[in-house]
Structure formats: C-alpha cells, structure tokens
Design a protein around this ligand. Structure first.
Ligand code: ADP
Length: 462
C-alpha cells in the first residue's frame, strides 16, 4: 500500500510539539508493517538537512517543499514575538497543492494520503474539487488526523482567493467557519476518514465543550471517525539506550536512575536532597496545558520538601509567574524557559514525578515518555491522559499514576501530595515504577489500527 504522509513538522527535521514526534515515528511503524510510505513537509529555515530530499526508516523518502519566499524565515508558524506569519494561508495552501504536483512528477500514486492538522486540510478539499477529474488520483483516499482541534487554521473571508477554490465552498457545508473559513474544517468535511489521537478525544470533540464549533460536523461524520492512541518511538525514548542522559538505566537498575537525578540537580544548581521527590514538567506554556492551574499552586509546591524543574516555552504571562517563583525558591526550583530537547530527556530521566495538568489533551506524549523513564505521572483526567493514566491505589497497588478531575489548583495540589506520600513509601514506589516499566506504548499496535482504517476506506472504492 502506498501512503503519502503529510505533516507540517517531522522529527528529526523540525519540531514544535507532539505532531512532529508522531510524524517522525508513525511512518516508520507503517513501513515496518509493509507499507510504502513517503513524507513531505515545507523546507523551513530551521531544516538543516542538505538537498531537497532525505530518508528516514529503512527507505522512507522525505521531500522538502521548497519556496524561499514562503518558508525561508524565522519560526515555522509564528515569528519571534509569537505572532502568526501573515502569509500562513499562502504558505500552507502552496504546500497542499505542491505535494499533489510533486507525487505526480515522481510517479508515486498514493492509495492513501494521510493528512495531519489544519496545515494539510486543503489536500482532501483539492482532491475532491480541483483534482476531481485527474486520473492520477482517481483511486486515492484521504485520512485526516486531528492532533489538536483548537488550531483551526482560520482566515478572513477576504483571503479566500488564495485557496484557489471556488467561492461556493465558502459555505456552511464547505470551509466557512463563523464568518471566516477554516482549513481544518476543510479536512474534516472532505476527507474519507477522520481520526483523533485518542479514543477519549474522539468522543470529546463531538461535544460543545471540546468541539471548537466543529462538533456538529464531527457528529455527522461519526461513522468515519476513529480514535487511535499515539505511540512513542522507543528508538528515541528509552532510558536504557538514550545517549543524552547521564547514565542509562532500566527497571532492573533503578539506582542508575538516581544517578541521573543527582547529576541533573547538580547541573541545574539545586540543593534538593536526593531522597526528596523531584517533580518535573515539560511542555508548551499555553492555557491548554493547564499551566495557569499550576501557576496558582507553584509557590506552595516549592515550599514543600521537593525539587521542581520546569522546561517550557510559550506565553509570556506564564513565563513571568514561573520566573518569579524560581527567584523566590532558588535552592529547589529550576525554571527553563526554552525549547531544549536534550534537557527534556534529562528531566524525564531524573524526575520521580511528572506533571501534566492539561485542560484538554488530545493524546499527550509526556505521560507515555515518563512511563518509559520510570517517572510517575500526575495528570488531569482528560483526553489521552484519561486513556493512559489510571489512579493509583496505595491499598491495592492498582493503577499507574495520579489524577485530578476539576481544573482547580487545590485538586492538582492534592494529587501531587498523594504522589509524594506514596513516593515516601519506598517499597510501594519501587513496585509502581517496576510496573510502569513493563508498559508498551510503541507504535506497532497503533500503526496496525491505521492500516485497518486505510483498508476500510480503500474497500469503499467504486
Ligand atoms: P503538544 O504536541 O500538545 O505540545 P505532546 O505531549 O503531544 O504535546 O508533545 C509534546 C512533545 O514536545 C514532547 O515530546 C515534549 O517532550 C516536547 N516538548 C514540549 N515542550 C518542550 C520544550 N520546551 N523543550 C523540549 N521539548 C519540549
């Protein structure tokens, strides 16, 4: 089966979040199961690879779509001040059209084009409109995966002409979205199947609370809507082979995890005792991630007998709060307001407890990575977090982490306190981390599910 995989960011070339992790790993898992996969993404300034193609996996060709005027600038979606590039519509409309021209030139006739998020939303639309009579794509089907519905890729009506589409598509059944138009909606309406990145998120997005105004269209397409949990790439995320962390370890050698803890405390200049719990968080500083909930209790948290490390880049209002708390508690608090993949790996390895207080979380990779690094997650019960983290019971030993439900700071704090009290019971804690070490969130199972979905839509060929 020939798959063209489209994503605006792909590990190891360029990454701002989990989408890049997925796009760098799922194609390899699909290839592993026999699919013939190619990937295409814009050639941003950040991409260091030479030439206009690269390779990942055994033989997956990665195409970089070149257009200096559109892509050769700082920041992949936003500029240095966090403002969207004003030509984002041109940038991604060009990408969507160019990938179709590219595969034609290459003679790579995809059975399925797997699109991801709003940047790729015009591809299903183009196939069913501009390319409708094109013999090359007559058997091609599309899957559109929602990694985050809140990023709708919306633009003003006066920019419509840049889509190259007939104005009749600026309608409620087309791309129109509250007086503007949304590329994500294009993907939802015109694709042959829709997937969301966890079973719970697939249900949540059909509700008003999480649906971002798209719940109607999602409900109407429920027969073509699937929830497939993301995996993680254990070739990258594995403490027994990770070349970035201070010392490799596994469940059979937990002592070496504590060497990572000791070394990171030292590197970051923290005086936290090795016996006190080290609590970490890594993520985009955005409201979605619940950093406002954490901000409300972080001062109380840092007054406890713990160490706290934050790594995050994003909105300034959160940066200021966390900076302030780091100044107030310099001996046990380290706040790193940057994007730093190496430091992230060291944090997953060194910490005992990992925080993800997300308001919503389509899948979440942090909790899956932290399981692998024997770091116990404390999360809000939503989306993919609800699908993967089960409340730990100190009595029975069941469960694998700590959850809170309401977006209330005191509920987050009490979940953290619970985790800390179990941490202090060393035998129980060791048992818990030995259990999470046995989990398998690799891509094999999820890739199989995607292949089933591809098969299903290809069967409906007429
Ligand atoms: P999202 O895609 O919504 O940002 P995910 O949990 O799906 O959230 O994925 C986030 C990914 O990005 C994880 O691999 C996480 O480790 C990484 N990450 C987030 N922020 C940073 C940062 N400041 N530095 C390094 N890695 C980061």
């Amino acid at each position: 089966m020939k798959i063209l995989f489209l994503s605006s960011e792909v590990v190891p070339f360029v990454k701002t979040g989990g989408l890049a992790d997925v796009a760098g790993a799922l194609p390899i898992a699909l290839e592993h199961q026999g699919a013939d996969v190619r990937i295409a993404l814009p050639r941003y300034k950040e991409i260091k690879a030479e030439g206009n193609t690269a390779q990942i996996g055994k033989g997956i060709k990665v195409y970089f779509i070149e257009n200096d005027a559109l892509y050769n600038k700082d920041g992949i979606y936003v500029d240095g001040n966090g403002i969207d590039h004003p030509d984002n519509l041109e940038r991604f409309a060009y990408y969507c059209q160019e990938v179709l021209e590219l595969v034609k030139r290459e003679g790579f006739k995809p059975d399925v084009i797997h699109c991801n998020d709003w940047q790729t939303g015009l591809v299903p639309v183009y196939l069913k409109t501009l390319y409708k009579g094109d013999d090359f794509f007559k058997d091609t089907k599309t899957v559109f995966t929602v990694h985050n519905l809140a990023y709708t890729g919306s633009f003003d009506e006066n920019q419509w002409a840049k889509t190259g589409l007939d104005k009749s598509l600026f309608s409620i059944d087309g791309l129109e979205y509250y007086g503007r138009f949304s590329l994500l909606k294009g993907g939802l309406v015109f694709s042959d199947a829709i997937t969301a990145v966890s079973p719970t998120y697939a249900k949540e997005i059909q509700t008003k609370e999480f649906g971002c105004g798209m719940e109607g269209i999602l409900k109407s397409r429920v027969d073509s809507l699937y929830g497939v949990l993301n995996g993680i790439d254990y070739d990258i995320w594995d403490p027994s082979t990770d070349r970035v962390i201070y010392k490799n370890y596994s469940a059979a050698d937990v002592e070496s995890k504590y060497i990572n803890k000791e070394m990171l405390l030292k590197e970051l200049g923290l005086q936290t005792s090795i016996d006190s719990p080290l609590i970490g968080t890594v993520g985009r500083l955005a409201e979605q991630k619940g950093y406002d909930i954490l901000a409300d209790i972080v001062d109380t948290l840092c007054e406890m007998d713990i160490g706290f490390i934050l790594l995050g880049s994003g909105e300034q209002r959160y940066q200021r709060i966390f900076e302030k708390v780091a100044k107030k508690h310099p001996s046990n608090t380290s706040v790193n307001l940057i994007f730093d993949a190496d430091l992230a790996q060291k944090i997953y390895a060194a910490c005992d407890i990992f925080l993800m207080p997300s308001r919503y979380e389509p899948c979440g990779l942090g909790q899956l990575i932290s399981f692998k690094y024997l770091t116990v997650p404390v999360v809000r019960k939503t989306g993919g977090l609800a699908d993967t983290v089960i409340e730990y019971s100190h009595e029975t030993g069941e469960g694998n982490g700590f959850l809170f439900n309401d977006c209330k700071p005191e509920h987050l704090l009490s979940a953290i306190r619970k985790a800390v009290s179990v941490y202090k019971d060393k035998p129980s804690w060791l048992k818990l981390i030995r259990k999470i070490a046995t989990y398998d969130f690799s891509w094999d199972e999820s890739a199989r599910k995607y292949l089933e979905i591809y098969d299903k839509i290809l069967d409906t060929r007429y």
